[in-house]
Design a protein around this ligand. Structure first.
Ligand SMILES: C[S@@+](CC[C@H](N)C(=O)[O-])C[C@H]1O[C@@H](n2cnc3c(N)ncnc32)[C@H](O)[C@@H]1O
Length: 302
């Protein structure tokens, strides 16, 4: 079985795979690349690359969210125990299907337990997956104390324990280096022929948009520019990269933020659907930017 993302994640990139495929370096299937994803989230592109490019020599993932990267690590080191705990959580949760009040109590009890961060690592990772599967829209949002504070979602019988996928993910991740830190720290894992895929928290398209509240610290414009500086450094060092972000210009034609900061690189505009949005009116199609540091890929229609 092919490993797939085991989480729902705001900005999950499954829908962008066909476009990303078109901008991969022309020699990506043949050369010994190191593939690096510094903002891995649910890893939509990671799992696609692992399944489709077995030639890749080394794979590195990173995220600043420690609970997330520890969950990846638990899947590698302890898949069977993790499946046991998830199976138990699923059985208990499904048994409460017809009793909304008790189900709610159960959800908040598990959320409180998660926020104590006092259980062992495998149980904590199981709680992380449980909350992701049962919370409102699969969002991950924490307050200033790093307490997860998303309310319960309204799923009847969510799939909490996907045993065969966890086993497939565990196998697939065996060749992956898992880091937990700032995106710049991935530089230490590069080899000649490295390709980075950057999917940072998106620049919000509107004031109310909450797409980038993944971690305690906000990813603001200064952070977007720090990322651009890092991309420039990689380019000078001879590494290739692909970066996606929201097309702020599509919303406001005077907003040249990304066109300006990435003026020295190759910008394509692609259509993409976003499904995680609290407001159904905003779930429609939006433009996204795909920016590359190199040109030898199939040209995209703008
Ligand atoms: C748009 S999401 C990535 C979504 C991912 N491509 C997917 O398919 O699910 C951005 C991720 O960046 C992480 N992040 C935020 N600031 C970061 C930083 N300074 N360094 C590394 N990761 C960061 C967030 O925790 C979040 O998981």
């Amino acid at each position: 079985m092919e490993a797939k993302p085991f989480l729902k994640w705001a900005g999950g990139k499954t829908q962008l795979i066909p476009e990303i495929k078109q901008v991969l370096p022309i020699d990506f299937k043949k050369t010994d690349y190191t593939f690096i994803e510094p903002f891995v989230g649910s890893g939509a592109i990671l799992f696609w690359v692992l399944s489709n490019y077995p030639n890749i020599k080394k794979v590195v993932i990173n995220d600043i969210n420690t609970d997330l990267t520890n969950t990846y690590k638990s899947i590698v080191s302890n898949p069977l125990e993790l499946i046991d705990v998830l199976g138990q959580l699923q059985a208990e949760y499904h048994a409460l299907q017809n009793n909304e009040e008790v189900k709610k109590e159960y959800y908040y009890e598990k959320r409180t337990l998660y926020n104590t961060r006092s259980t062992d690592q495998t149980v904590h990772s199981a709680l992380f997956i449980f909350l992701n599967r049962t919370c409102f829209n699969g969002l991950y949002r924490v307050n200033s104390k790093n307490h997860f504070n998303v309310p319960m979602g309204s799923y009847k019988a969510p799939n909490i324990c996907d045993k065969s996928n966890i086993l497939a993910v565990s196998e697939a991740l065996k060749k992956v280096v898992i880091l937990n830190g700032d995106f710049e720290e991935t530089l230490q894992e590069t080899t000649p022929n490295s390709l980075f895929y950057f999917d940072p928290p998106y620049k919000p398209l509107s004031q109310t948009s909450s797409f980038n509240s993944y971690a305690k610290d906000e990813f603001n414009d200064a952070e977007q520019i720090r990322l651009r500086d890092f991309c420039e450094r990689l380019d000078v060092l001879g590494h290739k990269w692909i970066l996606s972000n929201s097309d702020v210009k599509g919303k406001n034609s005077n907003d040249n933020f990304f066109d300006d900061i990435y003026a020295n690189f190759n910008i394509s505009r692609v259509r993409a659907k976003r499904s995680i949005n609290a407001n159904p009116d905003k779930r429609g199609e939006l433009n996204e930017l795909l920016i590359t540091s190199y040109l030898n890929h199939a040209q995209l229609a703008v």
